[in-house]
Write a protein that binds this ligand. Structure first.
Ligand SMILES: C[S@@+](CC[C@H](N)C(=O)[O-])C[C@H]1O[C@@H](n2cnc3c(N)ncnc32)[C@H](O)[C@@H]1O
Length: 329
């Protein structure tokens, strides 16, 4: 009987029958139910493009971020099938939920202090990646063209540059090509720091290395014409915290950018987070331009051999270029 109710809700959602969806919900049908295919009523309504049903289901507690067996959310179904109104409703629901709860960003962060654990652990270096002891990639060479594009953006005014997180030194190598007046690099991992010194970064005339977590070395920083942020083992909240310091760290007219790997495994969640970060930066007085860069060609299946977590699975990378709203005007 209960099963029938859920199946009826699925059918009504799939057919866009708003009246029936309403009455089934009123009679206790479960909006969180996954059918035999592993799909929720919300996914059915989104896939077939019924915005009013999507809204009704969301308002009745259907989770916007539930995933199908092939890791697609309702927003992905709306996006894939070109249902703009359903997509917009889901996007708005995602942004609101993440603003309040931050559920995606916090999900993996439940077990203590991942950044400190990572910093106390060993890392291994090879030609094409830096890995942690859990076989997760700290940094990979496929990102080189992206790092070059980030360097170009933040060095566009010359002057004084800050990079947070050295990794493989890809962005820093690119920054050096622009011969900035000063180039400050913050790095917290002792082995990455050692390697920086062994490879001559400590002797470059315009380079200042600050060893430590960015959170702990803020008092040693000045203000900069270009800033790039790309750490590891941290979460959205950490970056959000870093953004609070931008008014102090970024000179008027300066450019800020960050590695935009936010939810890089799911197209819709990525859109949600791109919008969320732009909204939060706007509240701090910064405009964000997202420049699309095709990345499909940088990535083959062999790229991920031996890597536990495929942290990027999308075809386009959106490079953020942020500047004070006053400067953009
Ligand atoms: C993804 S890598 C950076 C890659 C770099 N953009 C490049 O082009 O090669 C992240 C780096 O941030 C460092 N890191 C992690 N947490 C940090 C923190 N809280 N403060 C400063 N550096 C940190 C890591 O040790 C690692 O070297």
């Amino acid at each position: 009987m209960e099963e029938n109710k859920q199946e009826s809700l699925r059918e009504a959602a799939r057919d866009g029958d708003l009246g029936r969806v309403k009455s089934l919900i009123a009679s206790g049908a479960d909006v969180t139910y996954f059918d035999g295919e592993g799909l929720t009523p919300l996914m059915h309504a989104a896939r077939n493009g019924y915005p009013e049903v999507v809204k009704m289901l969301l308002d009745s507690g259907a989770p916007w971020n539930a995933l199908s067996p092939s890791n697609l959310s309702a927003g992905d179904f709306a996006m894939e099938n070109g249902h703009q109104s359903a997509f917009d409703i889901l996007l708005n629901a995602g942004i609101q939920a993440e603003l309040i709860l931050g559920t995606i960003a916090r999900k993996d962060n439940a077990d203590g202090k991942p950044n400190r654990d990572y910093l106390e652990d060993r890392v291994t270096f090879s030609e094409d990646k830096v890995m942690d002891t859990k076989s997760k990639a700290v940094m990979m060479a496929w990102e080189r063209p992206l790092m070059e594009a980030h360097a170009k953006a933040i060095c566009s005014r010359g002057g004084h540059i800050l990079n947070v997180g050295f990794g493989m030194g890809l962005v820093d190598t690119a920054i050096q090509q622009y011969a900035p007046v000063s180039h400050t690099i913050i790095e917290a991992h002792p082995e990455v720091y050692d390697r920086m010194l062994r490879t001559g970064w400590g002797e470059k005339e315009n380079v200042k290395i600050v060893f430590g977590r960015w959170q702990d070395v803020l008092s040693q920083l000045e203000s900069y014409d270009g800033i790039f942020f790309d750490t590891y083992g941290e979460y959205y909240e950490d970056m959000r915290e870093f953004h609070q310091y931008l008014p102090r760290l970024l000179k008027p007219g300066g450019i800020y950018s960050f590695f935009n790997g936010l939810c890089g495994g799911n197209p819709f969640f990525h859109v949600v987070y791109c919008q969320l970060v732009a909204l939060e930066l706007e509240n701090l007085g910064y405009s964000t331009q997202l420049i699309p860069l095709p990345v499909k060609e940088c990535l083959g299946e062999e790229t991920w051999e031996g890597v536990k977590h495929k942290y990027w699975q999308l075809d386009t990378y959106y490079l953020p270029v942020c500047q004070s709203i006053d400067d953009a005007d």
